[in-house]
Design a protein around this ligand. Structure first.
Ligand code: B12
Length: 497
């Protein structure tokens, strides 16, 4: 059976790093392939296309040339339309092949790939076991649509209707899932995270899900069942690290787990295992400000963690409560002090113009509150509690509580309905939602000033790998173009007042 996994291309051009292009391989589909290889009936032939790297035309050409029995398309919101266009075109030339969709966007809107992408089935939530059962069924009885009803975690068309089966239960033991099938991609095409100390770095995932309920988070795949948070054993994570070191010579690993320190105990156990292994590696991860203690700080540093992302989101305590972040500004400062005492570099992540609801009433940060966030970031930076910071503009993504809030309060622009390409606002500086009384120009002004600040810090610290210099010069050029576009917009809006 020939299975072609495609991480959907976008319908607009991307530069290195945009939407993660060229940083890390699409781990979701590599996990699916590894699982099938281990537990499926086979024999299989696999192909993986990373549409972010190839672009639309080449991804389609590869699909049409390879003529898979099952085209498996993975989508997040900004590449959903690319996925639908690809599958429509593939369907025309391969009417007998099956087309299956999955991923965060497909989980948020399971009927959309059927209606807009001509899909035969959509996998909702965690994909490994559902996709295995589905492909087995296709092999045995490809045309009996009613048999699909027996598979949990599916959405599929039956006659004029779209049916959804019971939710798929999560795989309890994450160690039972084999390591991502990285042999199916050319690892040389991926640079790893933009900041690294080693010439080769890549992403791993030590856990799935997160027990918190932040308003803006669209992590619906990992909320589609329970428990909402599962970890791999330290031994299992270490075994993957060792195999990556051995097979690819990789010495630096970015743990993309939503939050490395969801459980203090779990985080410490993993770090101790890394220390005891004596492996000479460097690590990076994403943290939250709580839970944190001195011991975790020491262990992080000792295990080789030299750089972390810290989700801070806002410089306003009221906002942190509104968006259900469950941290305080004091805890942020305390966490940063611990990290800095242990010599760890910190990239603080912020969001401007946060939105939430209080007793059904719409609440949001205006220009003043968002400026306060920028001030808080600068204050942390001046006190050397963080080394860099980034600020994104709050965007309602399908699958998040924020999406429902935005809909309830009419914040989404009607003309953008279903135009998922526009969810990548850096593209042409347009926002899909609006906030009463706030102009887009003001929003982007704040955003751009953060970008300039970040660019300067990155240059100052000279952490960008030499191999990425050209790429960053190109990115700098596009940032400049965006600045020009913004200036033109400002002049336009001033003259129309
Ligand atoms: C690491 C990460 C990044 C990294 C790297 C991305 C990459 N190339 O790997 C960076 C920082 C670059 C990034 C960028 C973005 N990210 Co991001 N990212 C993540 C994160 C933390 C992990 C991704 C991952 O590896 N997941 C692990 C795998 C195993 O999960 P998975 O991909 O969902 O796949 C499983 C199922 O979905 C399903 N499945 C997936 N595809 C398919 C296909 C088929 C056919 C089938 C059957 C099943 C199936 O089976 C898989 C195995 O169970 C997730 C949150 C999370 N924990 O998942 C957010 C997340 C995917 N990102 C998100 C967003 C919004 C973005 C950006 C759009 C942000 C932006 N504006 O630029 C971009 C889009 C980039 C992209 N290429 O996906 C959202 C997506 C929401 C949505 N509605 O689409 C998430 C869920 C974060 C969140 N909590 O809100 N991201």
């Amino acid at each position: 059976m020939k299975i072609h996994y495609v991480f959907a291309p976008t319908l607009y051009p991307l530069h290195h790093g945009d939407l993660g292009k060229g940083l890390d391989p699409p781990l979701g589909v590599l996990y699916l392939a590894a699982y099938l290889r281990e537990y499926g009936a086979g024999p299989y032939e696999f192909k993986v296309t990373d549409g972010l790297l190839t672009g639309f035309d080449e991804a389609l050409a590869e699909a049409e040339a390879w003529r898979a029995d099952v085209l498996a398309v993975s989508i997040v919101t900004p590449n959903a339309l690319g996925g639908y266009k690809l599958s429509e075109a593939f369907r025309k030339s391969n009417p007998d092949s099956k087309i299956v969709f999955g991923g965060p966007h497909a989980t948020a809107f399971p009927d959309e790939p059927v209606l807009r992408g001509n899909a035969d089935a959509v996998v909702v939530g965690e994909g490994e076991q559902t996709f295995l059962e589905l492909t087995d069924l296709y092999r045995q009885n490809g045309h009996d649509v009613s048999a699909l009803a027996a598979i949990d975690g599916l959405c599929f068309p039956e006659g004029d209707e779209i049916r959804t089966t019971s939710p798929r239960r999560f795989i309890r033991n994450l160690d039972a899932i084999p390591f991502p099938a990285r042999d199916l991609v050319n690892m040389e095409q991926y640079s790893g995270w933009i900041l690294s100390k080693s010439s080769k770095s890549t992403a791993i995932l030590s856990s799935r899900g997160c027990p918190f309920h932040c308003v803006y988070c669209s992590n619906n795949v990992w909320r589609s069942s329970k428990p909402g948070y599962r970890t791999r054993s330290p031994e299992n994570v270490l075994a993957e690290i060792k195999s990556l070191k051995q097979e690819y010579g990789i010495e630096e690993f970015f743990d993309n787990a939503d939050e490395f320190n969801t459980s203090l105990q779990g985080a410490k156990a993993l770090l101790r295992a890394v220390i005891d292994s004596g492996l000479d590696i460097r690590l990076q991860c994403q943290l939250r400000a709580r839970p944190m203690d001195e011991e975790l700080g020491r262990l992080l540093a000792k295990a080789g963690v030299w750089y972390v992302h810290l989700g801070i989101e806002s410089g306003n305590q009221e906002t942190l409560e509104g968006i259900k972040k469950k941290i305080t500004l004091n805890e942020v400062e305390e966490c940063c002090s611990i990290l800095k005492r242990n010599g760890i570099m910190v990239w603080g992540l912020f969001m401007y113009f946060n939105i939430w609801e209080e007793d059904g009433r719409l609440r949001f940060e205006g220009v003043e509150e968002s400026r306060r966030t920028l001030e808080f970031a600068r204050h942390l930076h001046k006190r050397k509690l963080i080394d860099f910071f980034g600020g994104s503009i709050t965007t309602p993504y399908p699958g998040s509580p924020l999406w429902d809030i935005a809909r309830r309060h009419g914040l989404l622009k009607d003309e953008y309905e279903g135009q998922w390409d526009l969810w990548y606002y850096k593209r042409d500086l347009r926002l899909v939602s609006m906030l009463p009384g706030i102009s887009e120009v003001d929003i982007f002004k704040l955003h751009q000033s953060t970008i300039k600040y970040t660019a300067w810090q990155l240059l100052r610290h000279r952490l960008i790998q030499p191999k990425n210099w050209l790429i960053n010069v190109i990115r700098g050029w596009y940032a400049l173009k965006r600045q020009l576009l913004l200036t033109v917009r400002r002049l336009q809006s001033a003259s129309s007042r």
